[in-house]
Write a protein that binds this ligand. Sequence first.
Ligand code: ZN
Length: 176
Amino acid sequence: MSTDGPLPIATDALEACATCGSKSLNRSGRTEVVRAFDVTYPVGGGGYSQATYTFSADVPAAVCGACGAAYLSAEALAAGEYLITRELVARGVGGGAAAKWLRKSAGMTREGLAVLLGVGPERVAEWEQDRELVDRATLLILGDLALDAVEGRTRTLDRLRVVDTPPTDVVHVRAA
Ligand SMILES: [Zn+2]
């Protein structure tokens, strides 16, 4: 996650100020805006109109009582990332920047995603660099993979993996 302005240092510990060394860091209720990315992509199927979204999140910051430096914890950044992923999926946002964000939220490499989707590795790069439009089915799967990951599930991943598993000879199910 990157920001527009100076990026407050993300720290897990938040024990002392990295600027002045003061231990008087407090969670003052102040928030910092973390800009995730801008995405512009064609909408309406024909590709003649463009939609532009700017995704950003307000996340709580800890502020040094001595020098005023603001810090974001890794937890706060993760919370902001989760909320942005949720919004992306809920709004069905396509385009390369969104596809890249969703893949990273899913914790996958380009190669890993390509294998899972049964496409060549160069295909994922083409999507993410807006050289090829991400089709709806792929966008749906990407969104499910990302949401599952940030919400602690593996449902979509499991279902994609089983596609490559050789079938057994007989599948017998019994209705109760
Ligand atoms: Zn300080």
